[in-house]
Design a protein around this ligand. Structure first.
Ligand code: IMP
Ligand code: MG
Length: 180
């Protein structure tokens, strides 16, 4: 698995340090607001587990599962496979995402959750890849862990064909690994 990585883009230490910084900002933002923190499955799971422990206010956890994304290029077609279970009406909601690339999934998630009439809706993404953005998507993430170049990355929850999610760092996959 590690042999398929061309370059480590973000080390475990860099990720954890940035999560502590984001945690301080989010703790201030959500003090006294009892937010619902919504993770978008599955890529966010590792980030979610680390991030939520740095948001030091009472909060609720929830998850959405949307599809689909085949191989390395987004299909642009989205579907809710599993919706949130908490009633979001009048609640302060924070979306946690692994990566903001074309924007198809965040745009879809944002509109879907907005329709539930939250008191506020903000976005925190671990990675932002602005070069991948689809024209017409103007949504901005309120909190960004790292802005990264256009390479396809894996690890720390991110996959290629459902593999590499368990790498503790974010790395760029070797081109040969796509052909396996
Ligand atoms: P979108 O293109 O912004 O809609 O991103 C949709 C989803 O594609 C993300 O939540 C990730 O799960 C996945 N994705 C986008 N870029 C990458 C990447 O570089 N590596 C792994 N997964 C990615
Ligand atoms: Mg994802």
């Amino acid at each position: 698995m590690e042999n398929d990585i061309q370059e480590i883009l973000l080390t475990e230490e860099q990720i954890q340090q940035r999560i502590r910084e984001l945690g301080e900002e989010l703790t201030k933002e959500y003090e006294g607001k009892d937010p619902v923190i919504v993770g978008v499955l599955k890529g966010v799971v590792v980030f979610y587990a680390d991030m939520i422990r740095q948001i030091k206010v009472p909060c609720q956890m929830d998850f959405m599962w949307i599809s689909s994304y085949a191989g390395t290029c987004s299909t642009g077609k989205m579907d809710v496979k599993r919706d949130v279970s908490v009633d979001l009406k009048g609640r302060h909601v924070l979306i946690l995402e692994d990566i903001y690339d074309t924007g198809n999934s965040l745009d879809f998630t944002y509109k879907h959750l907005m329709s539930k009439e939250p008191a506020s809706l903000k976005i925190c993404t671990l990675l932002d890849k602005p070069s991948g953005r689809k024209p017409g998507i103007t949504l901005q993430a309120d909190y960004v862990g790292f802005t990264i170049p256009s390479a396809f990355v894996v690890g720390y929850g991110l996959d290629f064909d459902e593999h590499y999610r368990n790498l503790p760092y974010v790395g760029v996959l070797k081109p040969e690994a796509y052909e396996k």
